[in-house]
Design a protein around this ligand. Structure first.
Ligand SMILES: Nc1nc2c(ncn2[C@@H]2O[C@H](COP(=O)(O)OP(=O)(O)O)[C@@H](O)[C@H]2O)c(=O)[nH]1
Ligand SMILES: [Mg+2]
Length: 317
């Protein structure tokens, strides 16, 4: 089975620049917490706990991180405060690697699943359409035949926006008029994509979250219709979360994972926010891999999430 890896290289400058606000925020607080202290004592640990929680890492994940650092401090009694960020970096990376999947190259396209169907879900405004455009660009650049499906038929602007991305990237889009049945758009998209030997299909959906039952019914309907064209589709259900909303992103992840089988996450808008720590919490908490992170509005501003790279950028010198 041939596997194609994409996104082999993340631009470090984009990552560093994108995470700079979170980094400044965390670092300035850590610097203050350790000022005048020579070693990591209980006070420093208490402050650190508060810093991580207020950086949107989340309470559970923060307690795990503090627990690990406590163990280290107990072992080597005199850890000095200048070593603290290096230890944080190591312990967070170790924690994320321990309970989660290996870092990958983003979505891979197995040869026996063609076209590979990615359905994108998430509430309005989180960055679904933008992420689809950026993903389509990456696949296209890798020589893949990409089809987009505009199954967010709820707002006229949503379809328009995906059309703009399809033109920018230079890939075909399947759409119907606003208000049409999203499942029918998904069906048409898969049918065209299959007839034209597409390698990958990306389906946009509406993010109406009236209640869990509605959402579940709608997503289930879209999935079932796709199965009529390709029994194993969709191959991926990518949930997009807006990282700049911090704990709200966490709540959305809880609701969507309860409503449908999400198997990949993308966290967007990490640029320009100090809440980037939420990626650490989300990556730790949900047993669903964070595959991508959004670091800007530009076509190239999507990166594969790699835990060590991320933690190094956040807690590096
Ligand atoms: N700064 C920044 N803006 C983003 C990012 N991803 C999306 N956006 C912006 O967020 C807004 C909503 O995005 P959109 O793709 O329309 O969200 P959708 O409603 O989920 O489809 C748009 O103005 C995007 O340009 C990102 O990673 N960084
Ligand atoms: Mg949209």
């Amino acid at each position: 089975m041939a596997i194609f890896g994409f996104f082999n290289k993340n631009k470090k400058e984009t990552l560093d620049k994108g995470l700079s606000k979170t980094k400044e925020n965390v670092f300035s607080k850590i610097t203050r917490a350790v000022a005048g202290k020579s070693r990591v004592d209980d006070d420093v640990l208490d402050d650190l706990e508060e810093i991580l929680i207020t950086s949107d890492v989340g309470v559970d994940t923060t307690l795990k991180i503090i627990g690990r650092i406590e163990k280290r401090v107990a072992k080597d009694k005199y850890i000095n405060t200048s070593e603290l960020t290096a230890i944080l970096r190591e312990e967070i990376a170790a924690l994320l690697t321990e309970n989660n999947t290996q870092d990958g190259d983003g979505f891979e396209l197995p040869a026996d699943k063609s076209p590979y169907v990615i359905m994108v879900v998430g509430v309005n405004g989180v960055g679904k359409t933008t992420t689809i455009g950026k993903l389509a660009y990456q696949f296209k650049k890798a020589g893949k035949n990409v089809y987009l499906g505009a199954a967010d038929t709820f707002r006229a602007a949503a379809v328009e926006q995906l059309v703009i991305w399809s033109e920018r990237v230079g890939v075909p889009i399947v759409k119907q008029k606003m208000g049409s049945d999203p499942a029918s758009v998904a069906y048409d998209t898969l049918t065209s994509a299959k007839a034209n030997q597409a390698d990958v299909v990306i389906i946009d959906t509406a993010g109406r979250l009236h209640n869990k039952i509605n959402l579940m019914n709608e997503l289930t309907k879209i999935k079932n219709v796709m199965k009529k064209v390709m029994p194993d589709a969709p191959h991926e259900i990518l949930l997009v979360l807006d990282g700049s909303t911090g704990q709200n992103a966490f709540e959305q992840a809880k609701q969507f994972t309860a409503a449908t089988e999400v198997n990949a996450l993308a966290v967007t808008k990490l640029d320009g926010t100090a809440k980037g720590g939420v990626v650490i919490g989300i990556s730790d908490h949900f047993h669903i891999p964070v595959k991508y992170i959004g670091l800007g509005e530009g076509i190239e501003d999507l990166q594969v999430f790699r835990k060590k790279e991320f933690v190094d950028s956040l807690f590096g010198e």
